[in-house]
Design a protein around this ligand. Structure first.
Ligand code: NAD
Length: 342
């Protein structure tokens, strides 16, 4: 299981959904971890759970990722070999209402991390991007070469992050930079100890489904039942969070071993409709999630799913979990943590 026992990774946004699962994957493989988070959307309880799950200790720093003094202190104190940069704000609708916060956090945060890393030596960085950079793709499966035209401020900040990395790679060929375009991460660690714990109303479908299943919400609104898809609802590429975490480790391993920079999709390559996701959730968990079809949401694309072949070719990574696994694990997490991390 151990990959690089002497390698230390700075993980920003480590207390969040992707971060907590990625830290578990790193610790399980013997990496050292320095976890940074300001807890604006992540809980320190996640760290206790990570420690319980792995039996491994790691460094925790409470700081804003834009705090260059804190970053310099981390890099001069710990032997950081690479960074997985996850810290960001991620709510698409909110990004239109608070554009300055999104640009500052998502682009300002990346710039601060890159400056600090560059000061310490050539950058080794894995960057969380998103399939939202594709905007409305013309076809699926979507390859990395598809047109990039994000339709939200959030997506624009992710594309700007990608462009910053491209510029850095061109100027500094010794840098090694990995851009990961996630499709739709769902599910939870199979232990039910860590999972997605949104503050307030969930922006994503799966936490909404689990909260309705728990009767914390009345019913699920399905946005649009008249799309040109077999059952009329939108189709997305849901990827189990455990597969996504493994994708970060695979990208990191490649960066540490090989020169150069790359951009890959992390998705399953399979599309699942909203109706299919709800009916699978009901079936595998023996529950009934009441839902009602309402009007389309502006900006929603009828169907998109990844072409994940480049990640397989380059990193030897592919998604292994099924939609059934995603539904089971999401429900186990919700049942064990009805109020999230408390
Ligand atoms: N979950 C998804 O659906 C999804 C999809 C595509 C891309 N992403 C990207 O993946 C990354 C992780 O997303 P997530 O789902 O884990 O979100 P999350 O909100 O659960 O985790 C992000 C973490 O970053 C922290 N953070 C935010 N701004 C910070 C700052 N300025 N300084 C320090 N910490 C800060 C938050 O407290 C939180 O713990 C983000 O970059 C997000 O844009 C997520």
């Amino acid at each position: 299981m151990q990959d690089k026992p002497t390698t230390t990774v700075l993980v920003t946004g480590a207390a969040g959904y992707v971060g907590s699962h990625t830290v578990v994957a790193l610790l399980e493989r013997g990496y050292g971890v320095v976890a940074l988070d300001n807890h604006c959307n992540g809980s320190p309880v996640a760290y206790e759970r990570v420690q319980k799950l792995t039996g491994a200790s790691f460094v925790k720093v409470v700081a804003d990722v834009r705090d260059e003094v804190a970053l310099a202190h981390i890099l001069s104190t710990y032997p950081v070999d690479a960074c997985i940069h996850l810290a960001a704000l991620k709510a698409v609708a909110e990004s239109g209402q608070k554009p300055l916060d999104y640009w500052s956090n998502n682009v300002g945060g990346l710039l601060a991390v890159l400056r600090a890393l560059q000061h310490a030596g050539p950058c080794r960085l894995v960057f969380s991007s998103s399939a939202t950079v594709y905007g409305v793709p013309e076809f699926s499966p979507v390859p990395e070469a598809a047109a990039l035209r994000p339709a939200s401020v959030y997506g624009q900040t992710k594309l700007a992050g990608e462009q910053i990395l491209l510029a850095l790679a061109a100027q500094s060929p010794l840098s090694r930079l990995a851009t990961l375009r996630y499709f739709n991460p769902v599910g939870a660690h199979p232990s039910g100890l860590i999972g997605e714990a949104p503050h307030g109303t969930p922006n994503n479908l799966m936490p909404y489904i689990t909260q309705v299943a728990l009767r914390q919400r009345h019913e699920l609104s399905v946005f649009g039942g008249d799309y040109p898809t077999p059952d009329g609802t939108c189709i997305r590429d849901y990827i189990h969070i455990q597969d996504l975490a493994a994708g970060h480790v695979a990208a990191l391993r490649h960066l540490l071993d090989e020169p150069g920079s790359f951009t890959v999709n992390l998705g399953t390559g399979r599309g699942t409709s909203v109706r299919e996701l709800i009916s699978t959730f009901d079936r595998v968990n023996g529950v009934c999630v009441p839902s009602v079809v309402v009007g389309r949401r502006s900006g929603d694309v009828s169907e998109y799913f990844a072409d994940p072949s480049l990640a397989k070719e380059l990193l030897g990574w592919c998604a292994r979990h099924t939609v059934e696994d995603m539904c089971r694990d999401a429900w186990r997490w919700q049942l064990r943590n009805p109020e999230g991390y408390t």
